[in-house]
Design a protein around this ligand. Structure first.
Ligand SMILES: *Cc1c(COP(=O)(O)O)cnc(C)c1O
Length: 420
């Protein structure tokens, strides 16, 4: 059988790279999709071969907690889509965030993070990492200069969300890059709202990007997963502030090696091969979906702005948004999540209850349009001042825009606004 040419050449557009996989020469019978390898462990002919693989002298699969061929195909596809150094898949976005930082900080170390955070990340920082002895300083992401005084000898990294959820504000990544470079800190970015489609490490110079792959990758919100991506910017073993000396033999792959050989080995937050497969299938249409979702989001943001019941619309793609210029400069598209303020909590509940097409769901990046009231759901366990710190007010609705026809979504929003 003639071998199909590998279409993954880096000169091609990302739309093409997402459709054509990396390793298909090795897929059986000319399959156009990767096989789903359901095997926990992998056999060897000789004890000597096994020793070589375990010692790292030879590449090979050992046990699916550490690596699996299908999960590896997803990691390669995301790596090549972003033009990065490598990726390690995790069982969820939350696991990806926790592991990305546990690879950098140990007890006694400190991190600097934006105070505008996804709910799970906020409690990871203020509770779980705090309990483990890692101090996270929460700062205003629009003011890197104010964080200068927080950098000490134990500081390891800065953590930001590419587009903060649900405040929808965009940090100046280049300003934070300068901040990190001047102190030798790693810059870790939660790029979930960008997805690997809109995250381009050349324009957005983070050292590490994390994605909740539960959101846009598979498409129809079918599976939970996460990814940690090493963009290839950081010289891990050469950086004196970060402790990668013991991983010198791993060379430029030191960070990826710590994620896989230490954190997947010890904590086991591994992705299932079926989830990886569904994400690869979904990624083929990621660009199409996002283009539609972003265009519809702008239409909806404009519609909401024009309604008397709506007091404020937060969408970085909206001219007039405080994040509009930064968003345009950094990202190809402004994403498909927006938030807006009504009169009060009661108005939000009446609006949500009146929705007929749009579903009341705590998720984003689905093919369906979803709405929720963040203050009484994701942020319900937060103190008032913590909600305010994360940009969550009682009068805020969050809307994740799907791929339905924009006219249908807007009609539903309109009738629900009129029902308030
Ligand atoms: C959903 C989400 C996460 C957590 O991801 P899970 O896959 O649900 O664990 C982290 N960050 C952001 C921005 C998210 O939207």
């Amino acid at each position: 059988m003639p071998k199909p040419k590998n279409k993954q050449s880096p000169g091609r557009h990302i739309d093409t790279r997402l459709v054509h996989g990396t390793e298909r020469e090795s897929w059986p019978d000319g399959a156009t999709l990767p096989p789903v390898v359901y095997s926990s462990a992998f056999a060897y002919e000789t004890a000597g071969e096994m020793e070589e693989v375990f010692s790292g002298r030879r590449e090979g699969m050992v046990y699916s907690r550490l690596a699996n061929p299908t999960v590896g195909d997803l990691e390669k596809r995301v790596t090549q889509a972003c033009g990065a150094r490598g990726a390690v898949a995790m069982s969820s976005g939350a696991a990806a965030i926790a592991m990305s930082l546990l690879a950098l900080a140990k007890s006694g170390d400190e991190l600097i993070a934006s105070r505008l955070l996804f709910g799970g990340t906020y409690t990871l920082f203020t509770k779980t990492l705090a309990d483990l002895g890692v101090k996270v300083h929460l700062v205003d992401p629009s003011d890197p200069a104010a964080a200068e005084s927080l950098v000490g000898p134990a500081t390891r990294a800065v953590f930001l969300e590419a587009i903060a959820n649900p405040s929808m504000s965009v940090p100046d990544i280049h300003a934070w890059r300068k901040f990190c470079d001047s102190h030798g800190l790693a810059l870790v970015l939660d790029a979930t709202l960008l997805t690997p489609y809109l995250f381009n490490p050349e324009q957005v110079p983070a050292d590490v990007a994390v994605f909740s792959a539960s959101k846009y990758l598979a498409g129809a919100a079918s599976v939970i997963g996460g990814l940690v991506l090493d963009t290839g910017r950081m010289d891990w073993v050469g950086n004196r502030r970060l402790s990668f000396a013991e991983l010198r033999p791993e060379g430029e792959k030191a960070y990826l090696a710590r994620l896989r050989k230490r954190l997947l080995f010890d904590c086991g937050a591994s992705l299932s091969p079926m989830n990886a497969f569904l994400m690869m299938v979904g990624m083929e249409s990621l660009g199409l979906r996002l283009e539609r979702q972003c265009a519809t989001s702008l239409e909806i943001a404009r519609f909401l702005e024009s309604r008397p019941q709506v007091r404020q619309v937060n969408y970085p793609g909206l001219p007039g948004s405080p994040s509009y210029e930064l968003c345009r400069a950094q990202y190809a598209l402004p994403g498909s999540l927006l938030s807006f303020r009504l009169a009060d909590k009661a108005a939000c509940f009446r609006f949500l209850d009146a929705l007929e097409l749009v579903q009341r769901v705590t998720n984003l990046g689905d093919t369906r349009t979803l709405a929720l009231h963040p203050a009484s759901t994701i942020y319900a366990s937060f103190w008032k001042h913590e909600q305010e710190e994360a940009g969550v007010t009682e009068d805020l609705i969050r809307l994740s825009v799907g791929i339905e026809h924009s006219g249908d979504i807007i009609s539903d929003l309109e009738q629900a606004l009129n029902a308030i």
